[in-house]
Ligand binder design. Structure first.
Ligand code: HEM
Length: 504
């Protein structure tokens, strides 16, 4: 691994050239205003409200100001993401903290443009870390430990306080599980807590960094306080993750590095990516900066999404005791008969993914050189953004009956959602009614890992406890659209422990 530190330092030549650019831009902009040739704001452009944005406006800079088409229908989304994948496989350039903070030098899977670098990073996650047999089976002891800790935590809190803060309990268990699959055993409780705090802080402030995606250098000066926060948050992650990465490196050295890889970091340590722009197509090991970004992406994506969905699911089951009881008796009947999996469990998870996708939309920056006309007649101009609303696709009233209602039965045999696939990667026409994991080349590589954990934790939590509303406090399904879509009011529940059958 290279010793590449990732935080850039400001240099004097940069400040001088920036000051010159600033003055020229200001003068040109004032002249253009005088001549009346300044472009008019379009309806989709965000209103400039703060004084700092006014300064940028005066410079003729509107951050994030790229024409955007919004797609709300599944068939149109699949036409773009799957059938026209060559044009629709890149996310907007410059987004993502790792890319922003490194001035575009470093990439994680989510932000790297489609190409050989993306192939290397993505293949490593899907085929090594999340290999359907080797990778997921390796995670089994970690899963069992996380579940045991979660059940103990919920039991203790329900005995002590009455109302259990569900998100807090789930977060602790899922984060420890993902730390273990990322770094291996032996990362102790206090370090995990510090990592959790750092990761939570990072995700909390991440949405405000969109201003740095375009005109990064100008935005850095205007939003110096946000920039400071970003740098501080990433430094904290480096302090915490790099010693653990070194420990994995040392363990690999001691064991000869051969044999099977055991954690996500192990797979990254063995990985080589193409040297950017190298005509000889040489490859390089990942730097510290690369690794910190990838670890942060892994912990953030693997924890935040599954956490949000489990909380949404439990909230719906608290509101609908009939669905909760049926799920419990189906699970126990399946376990008693030695049957797995339970069809109703999958139906509940599918309905939750349809109704509450943790990632509400995905974006693409269109690469084609000509305007593309999508099925149904939507034109998409080159070099613009397209926003695919996964939330609207799953709640399309033309496709789903009572789309706002939580009805798992739709996914049972004979239901309108029977057989709806989650993987929409093939070029053939599919029954596209929802796509909570996205579609096409950039479809979520963590889908198998996520489904396994969603079903595992939900099944065990439902058989270990009864979940009830707290007296006098109705469960509020209002959404908070932060980095992931979570419940605006975190779920609190009255939980009653049960004697249960062990589930697989
Ligand atoms: C309920 C769980 C999850 C949901 C709903 C979800 C959803 C998504 C969505 C919608 C995308 C964008 C797809 C697109 O642009 O077409 C995505 C991408 C991604 N997800 Fe997930 N995800 C989940 C779990 C996970 C897990 C467990 C991981 C593990 C690390 C993960 C890692 C990623 C990565 C790395 C990408 C970027 C893929 C690329 O650009 O090639 N996700 N996810």
């Amino acid at each position: 691994m290279e010793e590449g530190g990732m935080l850039p330092s400001a240099s004097r030549p940069f400040i001088l050239s920036f000051a010159t650019t600033l003055i020229i831009a200001l003068v040109c902009n004032l002249l253009l205003r005088q001549l009346g040739v300044k472009k008019k704001r379009r309806p989709w452009q965000t209103a400039i409200t703060t004084s700092r944005e006014s300064i940028l406006g005066l410079l003729g800079i509107r951050l994030g100001d790229i024409p955007t088409t919004v797609i709300r229908e599944g068939a149109v989304a699949v036409d773009a993401l799957v059938r026209r994948a060559d044009a629709f496989s890149d996310r907007p350039a410059g987004a993502g903290a790792t890319t922003i903070i490194s001035g575009g030098r470093l990439h994680i899977i989510t932000t790297v443009p489609y190409g050989p670098h993306w192939v290397a990073l993505r293949r490593n996650l899907s085929s090594e870390a999340f290999h359907p047999v080797r990778g997921l089976a390796r995670a089994e002891p970690h899963r069992a430990r996380a579940l045991a800790a979660l059940v103990a935590d919920v039991s203790a809190r329900s005995a002590a306080a009455g109302a259990v803060p569900v998100r807090e309990c789930l977060y602790a268990a899922l984060f420890s599980l993902n730390v273990a699959t990322c770094f291996g055993d032996g990362v102790d409780g206090e370090v995990v807590q510090d990592m959790r705090a750092a990761q939570q802080e990072f995700l909390r402030i991440l949405p405000s960094f969109r201003v740095f995606a375009t005109f990064n250098k100008v935005a850095r000066l205007v939003y110096w306080d946000r920039w400071g926060q970003l740098v501080h948050a990433r430094r904290r992650q480096e302090e915490l993750y790099i010693p653990l990465i070194r420990a994995c490196q040392e363990r690999r050295r001691r064991t000869g590095g051969g044999g099977t890889t055991t954690t996500y970091v192990d797979t990254l340590l063995g990985l080589e990516v193409p040297v950017e722009g190298d005509p000889h197509r040489r490859r390089r090991k990942l730097s510290d900066g690369d690794m910190v970004g990838l670890v942060s992406e892994y912990l953030g994506a693997a924890t935040g999404t599954v956490l949000a969905l489990l909380e949404w699911t439990l909230a719906n089951l608290v509101r609908r005791p009939d669905i909760q009881s049926r799920l419990r008796s189906d699970l126990e009947a399946a376990a008693a008969g030695g049957e797995a999996p339970c069809a109703y469990l999958r139906a509940v998870v599918m309905e939750s993914l349809r109704r509450h996708p943790p990632v509400p939309s995905v974006q693409r920056h269109v690469r084609s050189s000509d305007t593309t006309v999508l099925v149904g007649g939507t034109p998409v101009a080159p070099d613009t953004l397209v926003n695919f609303s996964l939330e609207d696709i799953g709640r399309d009233g033309k496709i789903w009956t009572s789309p706002e209602e939580f009805i798992p039965d739709r996914f049972m045999p004979g239901g309108e959602g029977e057989g709806v696939p989650l993987t929409i990667g093939s070029k053939e026409a599919t029954k596209v009614m929802m796509m909570p994991f996205g579609a096409g080349r950039r479809i979520c590589p963590g889908m198998g890992y996520a489904m396994l954990h969603l079903e595992y934790f939900l099944a065990n939590l439902i058989t270990a406890f009864e979940w009830h509303a707290v007296e006098g406090a109705e469960v509020d399904l209002k959404a908070d659209y932060g980095f992931f879509t979570t419940m605006s009011t975190p779920l609190r529940a009255r939980v009653v422990p049960r004697v249960r059958l062990p589930l697989p």
